[in-house]
Design a protein around this ligand. Structure first.
Ligand SMILES: [Zn+2]
Length: 428
């Protein structure tokens, strides 16, 4: 039963060649049934005339109307060639403006859902708003997201500094964690791509397959302290200066501090950390930047260290971590290099706890690439931790069965695609 004027309903559909057959507001949803006004349809095989064989009604999830979920029923035309000898068989008249073939959402709802999920909303939220299944939305976002990313040719034309980072990819099934490599534009805070591997050959092949122009433009390659990624840069982008990401260096110092604390704690108390152990009580304070501690917190830290750390090993590791942070705060590259040299020499002394000496060996191995942080800073290179960007996608990196889905979701969310292109995307 048509309750509104035909013109309003036509506006609702937004297409001229569409006729509204029925419109009904139900308790939970709005139901609209349309058909295409078709002229003569030629047989795709012989080009001769066809006749209507069937009028199947196919329902699609559409955009909500007046705040209510909408279902669009499309009474289609299944045509058959009038020539009985023709091998054409029957076919359904499609129109991608209404809905793509095999898609359960109308085209406009599909694009809207893609934009929403790309903006950071969860698939469940969007599925809930459109009153449909999680998989329905996930499939459509993957389909349209992939089409958008393929069409967006200019996404990476301004990149001059990239970062490689290992990202864990946890599958929904839970039994296996695999590793992926995130390739990021560290200047523009944009994910370039995610590769389902961390192997040298795969990562090198990916970078090598980029255009010569693109490769020539890359001035900096940021990395964690990974031999594989360093080798990839050396081989594929030999002119790019390699910069160890600051986050990973400070993390390593924090990890060293934690290892020292746990060992000393075990030696002093004979057991693993318990609530009342002095070192266990300050485990978080130790990892906090010194400048963030209140006077009370500093005093508490000192007195608990006196109690639990008689040989001052934890205190040493704490100072090392803070000195490394000084290195990053220093703005003069020459002074910074001197700080790191002194720190290395301090840490490598035989009297130092073994954990700290191990840290010293790592600092020494990556010395120049760690110092390049300051080189990058004076020439507007990448200095903000790559990790800040990676963290964004880590949040959505869980619970995917399928790597390709994860990749598309991450690229829509953190790859900065040109969303205006989505309007003109055609999925047949
Ligand atoms: Zn025919």
């Amino acid at each position: 039963m048509v309750t509104d004027s035909t013109e309003i309903l036509r506006a609702l559909v937004g297409l001229k060649s569409v006729r509204v057959l029925r419109y009904e507001r139900r308790v939970k949803e709005v139901d609209l049934v349309i058909e295409l006004m078709i002229g003569d349809v030629a047989c795709p095989v012989c080009g001769g005339p066809t006749r209507v064989k069937e009028r199947p009604l196919v329902r699609y999830v559409d955009l909500p109307v007046y705040g209510q979920p909408m279902r669009l029923g499309w009474r289609k035309h299944r045509m058959v060639c009038v020539d009985l000898d023709c091998s054409g068989g029957s076919f359904v008249v499609q129109d991608h403006r209404i809905a793509a073939k095999n898609c359960l959402l109308t085209t406009r709802a599909a694009k809207w859902a893609t934009r929403q999920v790309g903006g950071g909303r969860t698939v469940s939220e969007v599925a809930n708003e459109l009153a449909c299944d999680w998989h329905t939305i996930n499939d459509v976002v993957t389909l349209y997201g992939a089409a958008l990313l393929a069409a967006d040719k200019k996404r990476l034309t301004r990149t001059t500094a990239i970062g490689l980072d290992e990202t864990r990819f946890v599958r929904l099934t839970g039994e296996n964690t695999s590793y992926a490599t995130t390739v990021a534009d560290v200047d523009h805070h944009q994910i370039i791509d995610i590769l389902p591997t961390r192997r040298f050959t795969d990562v090198a092949r990916f970078l090598n397959s980029q255009s010569e122009n693109w490769k020539q433009r890359i001035r900096y390659g940021a990395l964690d302290m990974s031999n594989t990624y360093a080798a990839v840069y050396t081989v594929i982008l030999p002119r790019a200066a390699q910069v160890v990401d600051s986050f990973h260096v400070v993390s390593l110092a924090n990890k060293t501090l934690d290892q020292v604390r746990r060992r000393v704690q075990q030696q002093q108390t004979g057991h693993r950390g318990r609530r009342d152990d002095p070192l266990y009580r300050i485990r978080r304070v130790l990892l906090t930047g010194e400048e963030h501690l209140s006077e009370t917190a500093t005093q508490r830290l000192e007195s608990l260290l006196q109690l639990g750390d008689p040989n001052m090993e934890v205190a040493l590791a704490y100072r090392v971590k803070e000195r490394l942070r000084d290195f990053y705060r220093e703005t003069n590259p020459v002074t910074a290099r001197a700080i790191l040299t002194d720190l290395y020499e301090h840490c490598t002394r035989p009297a130092m706890p073994p954990e700290i000496r191990k840290l010293a060996r790592t600092l020494n191995k990556w010395f120049d690439k760690i110092c390049n942080y300051h080189l990058a800073r004076i020439s507007n290179g990448p200095t903000e931790a790559l990790n800040n960007l990676i963290k964004r996608i880590k949040r959505i990196g869980f619970g995917f069965r399928n790597f390709d889905n994860y990749r598309i979701r991450a690229l829509l969310y953190a790859g900065k695609p040109n969303w205006r292109i989505l309007n003109s995307i055609v999925v047949q």
